[in-house]
Each structure stands twice: as structure tokens, then as C-alpha cells.
Ligand binder design. Sequence first.
Ligand code: ZN
Length: 242
Amino acid sequence: MTSGETVDFARLWALQDVDVRLDEVTARLEAVESGRAWAEASARRAEADARVERLEREIEEWEKRRRAAERERRAAEDEAARMRERLYGGAVRSAREIDSVERQIAAARERAGRLETEELEAMERLDELRARLGRAAEAAAAAARAEEEERSRALGEREALAAAAAELRARREELQAGLPAALLREYENARGAGRGRGLARTEGGVCRACGVELPRSTWQRVQRGALERCERCQRILAPGGA
Ligand SMILES: [Zn+2]
């Protein structure tokens, strides 16, 4: 510790500002370069595409059902027609046989009617599914556009971010050059403990970063500009505000 010496807090605050900005810039740059910057938009697009695919499969299935019902309905109608021909063609003679054929015609017609209802239900379902597919396809196209927009916006930031990072690193070197090595070690250590911020403001004997009340002797040394760290949050305690 640099007890006795006073800390150049103005410079230390400037260093912290640079570090916080540098962290933001490098985090954004990393997100841009890894594609995380538009990952959410990509996930939304994939979800929208999957919805379109699900609807297309559902439509295919209902279309199969509709065609099967149509085929069977036609077969039942043909059967009824054939029987009618037999009946009126004079091939059926006995009353008992006529009765039986009439019952078969009625059964075939009944079956054809049931199948026609199934067909109509399938067609209604298909209309509804196709309307939903239309909306889902529009949503998927919009999601794809949004993804592309976010991606190109992010990639467009890349150069500016890299330049800003280089500038901040240079500024950081300058500021560090004017601070004692021991203080820089304390600051880096405090920064690690303080989630990227190594400095804490103090006010009325309280650490503003974590709210702990400082021991009177610590508070007095802080006010004299000495290097002290908060026992709770581990940050360097800066006298007054910024
Ligand atoms: Zn604290």
C-alpha cells in the first residue's frame, strides 16, 4: 500500500472511464465478430421458418386425407350406380334379392355421404391452414429481413468499434504511465472484484458502491487522499464524488 502518499484520483477516475468504455466496445466487437450480435434475430427467423414447415407438413397430411376421402366417396358412388343398373336392368328378379340390393345401394349412398362430409371438413381445415401458412410465410420473410438488417448493421459497426478500441487502449497506456505500479496493481485487483469498476465513491463515511459504513479511521484516511479499499466490495475508496 502507498500509505503516506496521496492518490491521483482524477487520473484514476479517467482510467476507470476508459476501462468501462473499452469493456463495452470490446464486448460489442466480440458480439459482432462471433455473430452473437444478431443471434436473437437468427433464432426468431429459424422459429418462423420452422412454423412455416410445420404448417406445410400439416397441409400435406390434410390434403392426403381429403384425397383419400374423395377416392372412397367416388368408389361408393360408383358402387351405388352399378347396383342401380343391376336393379333397373332387370338382372335382379326375386323380391328378396331386390330388397338386398336396395339395402346395399342405401348403404353405399350413406357411406358416400359420410365421406363427402369428411372431404368438406378437410377442405375447410385446408382453407384455414393455407390462410395461416400465408401469414406464417409473411412473418418468416419479415424475420429474415430483420435478421439481415441486424447482421449488416452489426458488421457495419465493426471498423468503428475496432478503431474505438485502439484509441481507448492508447488512452489507457497514457493514463497508466502516470500512475504508480503498486496503485495500478491495486486498481486491477479492485476492478476484478468490482465487476469491471475498481473505484467506489464515498459520501458521509459510506461506500456508495456497496453501501457499507466505513470504519472512522478508514474514512479519515480516505478523506486525506490515501489508498484504502472497501472491506466489503473491495473497491478503491475515492474521497467525495468524482
Ligand atoms: Zn464497498
